[in-house]
Write a protein that binds this ligand. Structure first.
Ligand code: SAH
Ligand code: DHB
Ligand code: MG
Length: 220
């Protein structure tokens, strides 16, 4: 990562993101608990928050909770009575997320499910927890195309489906890459390209998390 990318993320957060101490409580707890430092950055979290508010989201689906940093940004954006349904495979991560979400006073707005997303998503669908206004996909990258299809199945018209980590230092466009996450991103691009029910783009990002990107699909 280039040093200035971090400096600019810090500058953006310093000017535009309120209550940095609350951000730090969750991120500090995640690091103290030994969770990997792969939470979305604060500017990225706020982007998710703004998009959710623009959609007046009441139902949000998240795949990949980690310590709940992105979950908290999403939950704070909900309309009254809304819910984030978030899925996390690792019970240790889920426990840290639960504590962070409780500290932020958001327990009643977050429905945290522990298990492999491909096992849990059919249950979420069967329960009728959707249709979702926004889905944020940020778990194991090899299943991204499958997660996209589940999110699409449970989305309302006009919903957004956002997928993190689709650029991977440019590996997505490197024909010789053997990186699983880049191959997963490519399978996702193929699935989205072939899907006439969405219109989509992807935006490359640099920042505290290096060079990566978001795919954003809108359900027609
Ligand atoms: N969205 C979080 C970061 C998620 S990191 C944030 O920005 O704060 C990716 C998470 O996906 C990890 O916690 C990992 O345990 C989880 N994960 C990996 N495989 C999974 C699976 N099959 N189902 C659900 N979660 C999974
Ligand atoms: C990495 C970054 C992420 O945002 C993520 O969800 C998983 C892994 C990484 O940089 O390794
Ligand atoms: Mg990610």
């Amino acid at each position: 990562m280039i040093k200035q990318w971090q400096a600019v993320d810090d500058y953006i957060a310093g000017r535009l993101i309120a209550r940095p101490e609350q951000q730090h409580e969750t991120l500090d707890a995640n690091r103290r608990s030994g969770l990997p430092a792969i939470d979305v950055s604060a500017p990225q979290g706020k982007l998710l928050h703004i998009l959710s508010r623009a959609l007046r989201a009441r139902r949000i689906l998240e795949i990949g909770t980690l310590g709940g940093f992105s979950t908290i940004w999403l939950a704070r954006a909900l309309e009254p009575g809304g819910k984030v349904v978030t899925v996390e495979f690792d019970p240790r991560h889920a426990e840290v997320a639960r504590a962070n979400i409780a500290r932020e006073g958001l327990t009643d707005r977050v429905d945290l499910r522990v298990g492999a997303a491909l096992d849990i998503l059919p249950k979420i669908e069967a329960e009728g927890a959707g249709p979702f206004d926004l889905s944020f996909i940020d778990a194991d990258k090899t299943n991204n195309a499958a997660y996209f299809n589940w999110a699409l199945k449970m989305s309302r018209p006009g919903a957004l489906i956002i997928v993190d980590n689709v650029v991977r230092d440019g590996a997505v466009a490197d024909p010789s890459t053997k990186e699983d996450s880049a191959l997963g991103a490519r399978a996702l691009f193929d699935a989205v390209a072939d899907e006439s029910r969405v219109t989509a783009t992807a935006i490359q990002t640099v920042g505290s998390k290096g060079w990566d990107g978001f795919l954003i699909a809108m359900v027609k």
